[in-house]
Design a protein around this ligand. Sequence first.
Ligand code: PLP
Length: 374
Amino acid sequence: MPRPILATIHTQALRDNLSLARCAADDARVWAVVKANAYGHGIERVFEGLRGADGFALLDLNEAQRVRDLGWRGPILLLEGVFELRDLELCSRLDLWHTVHCDAQIDMLAAHKTNVAQRVFLKMNSGMNRLGFAPERYRSAWTRLNALPQVDEISLMTHFSDADGAKGVAEQMAVFAAMTHDLPGERSLSNSAATLRHMAHADQAMGQPSTKLVSDWVRPGIALYGSAPDFPEHSAADWGLQPSMTLAAKIIAVQALSAGASVGYGSNFLAQDAMRVGVVACGYADGYPRICPTGTPVLVDGTRTRTVGRVSMDMITVDLTAVPQAGPGSVVTLWGTAANGAVLSIDEVAACAQTVGYELMCGLASRVPVEVAA
Ligand SMILES: *Cc1c(COP(=O)(O)O)cnc(C)c1O
């Protein structure tokens, strides 16, 4: 028998989350962001749930190839663009749209021999200071691109640093709008947080008639996977998002602790009173963060309880006080949805691990078997 641990990908949840993002974005077309192997889910495993998107956005050429291998004929966008000249050949062959964020990428395009002009997304650095042309250099980059026979349509793109927080998107929106107001081309601005929180705001900042200007293409990632981009201000449930990944494992042993007994490495949890503890077949080598302290929530047979003691490589230990009927074979949901419908958001577990849901999804270990559910 394989070790009793399983990740489940929920196809219907992906579909529903995609519809929700689409509604939030009004009439915008939706890039389903599937970088990092679909945020750890597996591109092939999420494809059915996300094929209703208008395009797939990702970073790796081999991931683009995998999306084409699945039979996808629609748009694919390389979010970081190409890394070397020969990548452009694959862009031509696979019909990929690609981001242009620096002069070197324009040089490569100018050197690329092709009969088929390519669609590019010209990226502005409107304040994030990662990728993109500075606002004052953006128009000259556009003019240079526009003169190249290798380039077909130019779309305009930027990325927000604070769409999920107090600072918001207004400043970056204003910079982007000022530099692009009279340039033709479709716009792509919003990640999940901006899509859920700022579409109306973004529209206002652009002035009228603005909806089209800001909303041609949105780029939700994390929301599709059922995690709130702005947790804890909002939970996934507040947004109506459902977990697309459940990580569950079984209890493989039970210990009866007497008052004062400890559990696990370092003896850092001491039982106040006599209690039962379940030993669960999931540890940090499965992607469950070692940093999670005593008190991190778990569901045992769908009932909420907590971890106790240190996370080890292959096991964690959980408090069974609230679930006296639980024993070996009981299912423990580390995040996601339990059989009784109870949900433990990955965001809550991530917060206990001082990180975000993104990192936990991406960190699911390859040794964990994964099943795709309808
Ligand atoms: C990852 C990424 C996104 C998606 O961000 P989420 O916060 O997951 O919605 C959108 N745009 C770009 C450029 C990205 O790199």
